[in-house]
Design a protein around this ligand. Structure first.
Ligand SMILES: NC(=O)c1ccc[n+]([C@@H]2O[C@H](COP(=O)([O-])OP(=O)(O)OC[C@H]3O[C@@H](n4cnc5c(N)ncnc54)[C@H](OP(=O)(O)O)[C@@H]3O)[C@@H](O)[C@H]2O)c1
Length: 335
């Protein structure tokens, strides 16, 4: 099968197409013929070894010194089951599915095996393959941090970076939980985030959100432009500052007892629970979570997709189409 390999850290030009052995499903696995995948901020960070401030020196010990230990990037897919292991009962050949191998990656390839009890669900009928393939990276991160921050109906929530993959999911899911959402984004994305459910918008290019007297219960920070030191004073008593793009100082701020007014900092990697994939499929099928697909590139142009994601300006997610038939679906195509 064709796969995109990242043999060493660097710019999009390091990516190479290679022929890799066809994966064979284990007894409890299905093999998915990938129709669409995505290039996420996580893929871009991994390819470029661009890790959060203060931890760049330690991360390569875990992920690989010269290049990623898992050289095939890509965290999420949608496609069709084309082979099943001997013990598989939940899926059949031809089923349309979406899956989120997440940090295990290996999705920038024509085929990917996934355990039937793992992070996989049937693709909702109303979603294109590109939409289904871009739902999980931002969506599961949002579900995790909404749970950890225990967002409740009536909470006042600020989302910094509301137009990104994580932010666009947070806006919708926080609103679904009954929170009042204020979104921080640029003017060009104000209508997008309002349509996703934000009740108030702060244009970060004209107004510094660090000076906002918001009185928030929860701040979700997905950009790195607001530190815990900036954000804690904007919180109500018992408020939570959730540093999703955290550098070392915010990670260290999670240690120890809550500070003044029992305000606390939450940071660290999101837990990738397999059940999030089904939850996200259900939320999308029910119209609660709308996938935001910035555009779609064909597989051959995946390096161009990386270059675009590297800009940090994408809206929602960037899809990669492996099956030309998927181009007919309702996403605009780039490349
Ligand atoms: N902790 C975890 O487990 C975890 C999991 C997933 C992701 N992450 C991290 O979360 C971060 C967000 O990921 P993502 O995929 O959502 O990123 P993304 O999609 O690349 O975010 C891009 C968006 O950020 C907006 N933006 C840029 N600067 C901004 C600013 N100063 N204020 C407000 N918005 C701004 C851009 O809008 P404009 O073009 O209009 O500026 C763009 O729409 C990344 O750092 C990623 O590594 C962490």
């Amino acid at each position: 099968m064709k796969a995109v390999v990242c043999p060493r850290y660097g710019g999009p030009e390091v990516l190479e197409f290679r022929d890799l052995p066809m994966p064979e499903p284990a007894a409890d696995e299905v093999r998915v013929r990938v129709i669409a995948t995505s290039v996420t901020s996580g893929d871009s960070r991994m390819r470029a070894a661009r890790f959060p401030a203060g931890i760049g020196w330690i991360v390569p010990a875990f992920l690989g010194f010269r290049g990623p230990r898992q050289p095939v990037l890509g965290t999420e897919i949608a496609g069709v089951v084309d082979a099943i292991g001997a013990n598989v009962t939940r899926y059949s050949l031809g089923d349309a599915v979406m899956a989120f191998p997440g940090g295990k990656m290996g999705c920038h390839a024509e085929y990917r095996c996934v355990a039937e009890t793992g992070p996989i669900a049937n693709k909702p009928d109303g979603l294109s393959f590109a939409e289904a393939a871009t739902l999980c990276f931002g969506g599961s991160t949002a579900l995790h941090f909404l749970d950890v921050a225990a967002v409740l109906p009536g909470d006042r929530v600020l989302v910094v970076g509301a137009s990104g993959a994580v932010g666009s999911a947070l806006v919708q899911l926080a609103r679904h939980r009954g929170a009042h959402v204020t979104a921080v984004c640029s003017a060009r994305n104000a209508d997008l985030v309002r349509n996703l459910g934000a009740e108030a918008v702060i244009d970060y290019e004209t107004t510094d959100p660090r000076g906002d007297p918001g009185d928030y219960d929860v701040i979700f920070e997905t950009v790195g432009s607001m530190t815990a030191r900036d954000g804690l004073p904007l919180l109500r008593r018992r408020g939570r500052f959730v540093a999703i793009a955290a550098g070392l100082p915010d990670m260290l701020a999670t240690i120890g007892a809550p500070g003044r007014g029992r305000r606390r900092v939450i940071a660290g990697p999101a837990t990738e629970k397999p059940e999030y994939v089904q939850q996200l499929a259900d939320l999308a099928a029910g119209g609660v979570l709308r996938p935001v697909v910035d555009g779609a590139y064909v597989f051959a142009d995946i390096a161009a997709a990386h270059a675009y994601v590297d800009t940090g300006r994408k809206r929602g997610s960037v899809a990669i189409l492996l099956d030309p038939a998927a181009r007919d679906q309702d996403v605009s195509s780039r490349g």
